[in-house]
Design a protein around this ligand. Structure first.
Ligand code: ADP
Ligand code: MG
Length: 257
C-alpha cells in the first residue's frame, strides 16, 4: 500500500490541436489507503491522468511518485482496470484472472485457493471455464475485479469501471467493490462520470474542468462512514457536487469562458 503523489503534471499529445496540453499543471495527492474519485466532463483528460499513473504514458512534465518512489512499473505492482474490462478473448475466465499475477511473475500455487474464494464472493465460480464472449457485461466486470484484487497491487487505478452497466447492476458492483476494497484498503484512483458513484466510493473527490486542471478537491464527508444511497444527506451532497460540475463547463455560469 502506497500513497500516490502527482506533482505539477503536464501532458501534451503530439499532433494535438495547437499543441495545447491535455493535462495542465495537475497536482494531486492520494493518501495511503484512500479512494480518490476523479470526476469531470468527457475529454478533460481523466483517462490520460490514469495512463500516466499506470506507467503507460511516459512522456510528461512533472513528477509522479508511488510510496515516495518515482513511478516504475518494474519495481511496483499497479492494478489497472481499463474501461473495456481488459480481458483476453482467447483465454478462459480463470486464465484471465490469473493473468495479472502471472505477468508480474508473482503467481504461486496457493493463489489458486484465493482465486476460488474471490470467484465465490463475486458469484462467478460457475463461469471459470467460459470465455469472455460468453459473459454479460456485468459478469466480465466481476472477472476484471477478481483479477485486479487477486493481483494485490500497490495501487489501484480504475477507468470508469461500472459505466457500461445498467443502473441496478452498477449499484450492485459498487457494493461488491466496496466490500472487497475494505479488506485491503488499496490506495485507489477511480475515474467516473457519475456524481453518485464519486460520492458513494470516493473518500476524496477531484473535480476536473475542461481545461485539463483539477478545479476542486473535496473531502467527502461520507467517505469514512458511507451514507446509504437513500439518505437525504446523500441527495444533498449529490446536488452540491452536480452544481460544482456544471459551473466548470463553459457557458454554464462558471467563472469566465
Ligand atoms: P477523458 O478520459 O476525460 O474523456 P482523455 O484523457 O481520454 O479524456 O482525453 C483528453 C483529450 O486528449 C481529448 O481531447 C482527447 O481527444 C485527447 N487525446 C486522448 N488520447 C490522445 C492521443 N493518443 N493522441 C492525441 N490526442 C489524444
Ligand atoms: Mg476516458
Amino acid at each position: 500500500m502506497s500513497a500516490i503523489n502527482i506533482d505539477h503534471l503536464t501532458v501534451r499529445y503530439k499532433k494535438n490541436r495547437e499543441n495545447l496540453p491535455v493535462l495542465s499543471d495537475v497536482s494531486l495527492t492520494v493518501p495511503t489507503g484512500t479512494v480518490c474519485a476523479v470526476i469531470g466532463p468527457s475529454g478533460c483528460g481523466k483517462s490520460t491522468l490514469l495512463k500516466v499513473a499506470a506507467g503507460l504514458i511516459k512522456n510528461y512534465e512533472g513528477q509522479v511518485t508511488v510510496g515516495g518512489r518515482p513511478l516504475d512499473t518494474r519495481k511496483m505492482t499497479i492494478g489497472f482496470m481499463p474501461q473495456s474490462y481488459g480481458l483476453l478473448p482467447w483465454r478462459t475466465v480463470a486464465e484471465n484472472i490469473r493473468l495479472g499475477r502471472k505477468v508480474k511473475g508473482l503467481w504461486q500455487q496457493e493463489d489458486e485457493k484465493k482465486l476460488e474464494e474471490l470467484a465465490s464472493r463475486l458469484g462467478i465460480s460457475g463461469l471459470l471455464d467460459r470465455y469472455p464472449r460468453e459473459l454479460s457485461g456485468g459478469q466480465q466486470q466481476r472477472v476484471s475485479l477478481a483479477r485486479v484484487f487477486l493481483l494485490q497491487p500497490d495501487i489501484l487505478l480504475m477507468d470508469e469501471p461500472f459505466s457500461a452497466l445498467d443502473a441496478i447492476t452498477r449499484e450492485e458492483m459498487q457494493d461488491v467493490f466496496r466490500e472487497l476494497w475494505q479488506q485491503e484498503s488499496i490506495t485507489t484512483i477511480l475515474v467516473t462520470h457519475y456524481v453518485e458513484e464519486a460520492l458513494y466510493l470516493g473518500g476524496q473527490i477531484a473535480v476536473m474542468g475542461e481545461d485539463g486542471q483539477i478545479a476542486e478537491l473535496l473531502d467527502n464527508p461520507t467517505g469514512e462512514t458511507p451514507l446509504r444511497r437513500s439518505d437525504e444527506r446523500f441527495f444533498q451532497l449529490g446536488r452540491q457536487l452536480r452544481q460544482k460540475l456544471k459551473s466548470k463547463l463553459p457557458g454554464r455560469g462558471g467563472e469566465g469562458a
